[in-house]
Design a protein around this ligand. Structure first.
Ligand code: MN
Length: 422
């Protein structure tokens, strides 16, 4: 039986990602964030050395920008030298964030680092004791906006024990990501590889068992949406059987959750519920966490949450400040990045709907709108999406139905408050 092949598959390092637009007011959070892509990269390098793998595969987006920062290139070259000293070869297929035509300081890399051609699919053979161990096929992006189907250029040669494809690509038209190097799972199957080491999608995912097709995901989540576990894949191919394990590498974990405020009748109850939700999330791992919470539901605390102090800070904002002080002193710390107040007043919609007045009209009007999916989509395309594009940010990062329900509840809040004041 041939010797097993063991390697690490990583992708989307995005070295020197700036974490722009992430409002981490605390300097401890900022400093961990700006260093996090490097810490994760170093963890990938260390894993390759400690696990004594045959080689490391990097499936694109080593750098965050086509014009690679010098700092990132220096740190990358350091890592490549550590791997060379340990006898670990590296195979790189560049992607849309680090295409061949991007600026490079051309720092010399050890001869054990191989960058796949950007003009053709290149085949490189890894040897052990003079015998071929496996073949790697790969192709780099020439320019950032690579629109060609690069996967179709991959063809396994006859008589190979193990064949591995390395590519940065959008498989199956994932609309959350740029449509670069688009291809289908069928294209990948047709190439005859045993394993596809893909990059581009930042969430670790397996697209197919046989052949095994994996996105390694980014070793460090780059924004609040890239939550959950991030790492690199330790892959073993032995006797035609592929197995892999996700080795965690992230320096900080993003998390999102929803807290139901329906049963919370006052601000203290809200504080306590938020705090225990935070403690639970912190207990799920052993690295710092940046957490976003949506507070939802019809709650008796709704009006109090929006109550402002003399400086204009809402009660919820003050609760968040208090939680931050409390939770940043934990080891490892937890940063409450945001708590979004999506609560509404405790009104009896059924009763209001039956009323023969303006309030009743409003509820029934909203019912009509909410019942018509097509109209909702049209309204969004015409009115809300243009605003969303201009404004951006979390305030408009909601699904259409929630936006409309909140609009209805806001109107009801105002109308019912006026009624109460009369
Ligand atoms: Mn990427």
């Amino acid at each position: 039986m041939t010797r097993p092949v063991r390697f690490i598959h990583a992708a989307d390092l995005h070295l020197d990602a700036p974490f722009k637009g992430i409002d981490a007011a605390d300097p401890r959070v900022r400093s961990v964030l700006v260093d996090s892509t490097y810490v994760a990269f170093d963890a990938v390098v260390s894993a390759a050395i400690e696990r004594e793998v045959d080689f490391l595969v990097l499936a694109g987006d080593v750098y965050n920008a086509a014009d690679r920062s010098v700092r990132a290139q220096l740190r990358f070259a350091d890592g490549m030298r550590r791997l060379a000293d340990a006898g670990v070869e590296v195979f790189i297929a560049h992607g849309n964030h680090d295409p061949a035509n991007g600026w490079s300081a051309r720092l010399p890399l050890p001869p054990s680092v191989h960058v796949f051609s950007h003009t053709t699919v290149e085949r490189l053979v890894v040897e052990r004791e003079g015998e071929p161990l496996c073949s790697l096929y790969g192709r780099s992006f020439g320019t950032a906006a690579e629109t060609a189907n690069l996967a179709r250029g991959f063809v396994r040669q006859d008589g190979e024990a193990v064949s591995i494809g390395v590519l940065h690509a959008n498989v199956g038209g994932d609309t959350e990501y740029e449509p670069y190097a688009p291809c289908s799972l069928e294209d990948l199957r047709a190439a005859g590889m045993d394993y596809w080491a893909l990059g581009h999608i930042h969430k670790p995912s397996r697209l197919s068992d046989k052949p095994r097709v994996n996105y390694a995901g980014s070793p460090q989540g780059l924004n609040p949406k890239e939550d959950g576990e991030h790492g690199c894949l330790l892959v073993e191919i032995a006797g035609g059987v592929v197995s892999e394990e996700l080795l965690p590498t992230a320096a900080v974990r993003w998390a999102r959750l929803t807290v139901e405020a329906g049963a919370l009748s006052d601000l203290e109850a809200v504080h306590d519920a938020l705090r225990s939700a935070c403690i639970e999330v912190a207990g799920e791992g052993d690295i710092p966490v940046s957490l976003r919470i949506d507070l939802v539901g019809r709650s008796e605390a709704h009006a109090d949450l929006a109550r402002e102090d003399g400086s204009g800070a809402t009660a919820l904002a003050q609760i968040v400040s208090h939680l931050r002080l409390d939770l940043m002193s934990r080891q490892p710390w937890l940063w409450v990045d945001r708590v979004r107040d999506l609560t509404s007043a405790t009104v009896d919609l059924e009763a209001l709907r039956a009323q023969e007045d303006f309030v009743g009209d409003l509820v029934r009007l909203a019912d009509g709108v909410l019942a018509d999916e097509v109209a909702i989509e049209a309204m969004f395309a015409e009115v809300i999406d243009p605003v969303r594009k201009k404004v951006g940010g979390s305030a408009v990062d909601l699904d259409p139905r929630t936006v409309l329900e909140r609009a209805r509840d806001l109107c009801l809040d105002r109308l019912l408050a006026e009624d109460g004041a009369r």
